[in-house]
Design a protein around this ligand. Sequence first.
Ligand code: CA
Length: 244
Amino acid sequence: MKNLPRILVVEDEPSIAELIAVNLRHGGFEVVLAQDSVSAQAALDAVLPDAILLDWMLPGQSGLALARHWRQQPRTRAVPILMLTARGDEPDKVAGLDAGADDYITKPFSTQELLARIRAVLRRRAPESVNDSVRVGALVLDAGTHRIAFEGQQLKLGPTEFKLLHYLMKHVERVHSRSTLLDKVWGDHVFIEERTVDVHVKRLREALGPAGAMVETVRGAGYRLTASTVSGSGTGTRAAQFGQ
Ligand code: CA
């Protein structure tokens, strides 16, 4: 039984799309090509891919708008998105990550880098262990069902934030440096900058809402998840003051 990981490639430039498709197929992936937002949506509706390679500059709806849209849809929320961008500017990279992309790759890129990054997002998506449930204070994460709840309220997280939170919850109260987090959460950080961690921590805090305060910045050291800072809404959790 052959079950190759399926990658949806959204790219309007035929020569680039074809080049990517050839390389991905050679690398052991099944490739579905789409040249604009309409055909990309049709492909997604037909079969959910394992990952999406999404060009930033597309005719009609931009890759950025598409990433944001797909992150908000229950069906596509957990599908890793890798943005393709011709821009090397840091604000644009951060904008892509903020829109919900899990990673970005700047054109021109090598085949080796492209394959490495796709494998990295696929690895990240895979849960560490199947029926693993972790609780820290009023925050509960169930890796089996990919559900997170705080004080009984369901929370919605992207795949990278989920994995990051899972790791932090399993190693609660400990300080983790950015490079440790890249190593443990991203797994393959050869091409990923440490700043990426900051962006995902910011997104994690936002997604956690009131529980976001549990993710602390430890100046000069990294990040820590703590049970002791939640300003509770009457659930008996200990409240504490902290800087930011
Ligand atoms: Ca393009």
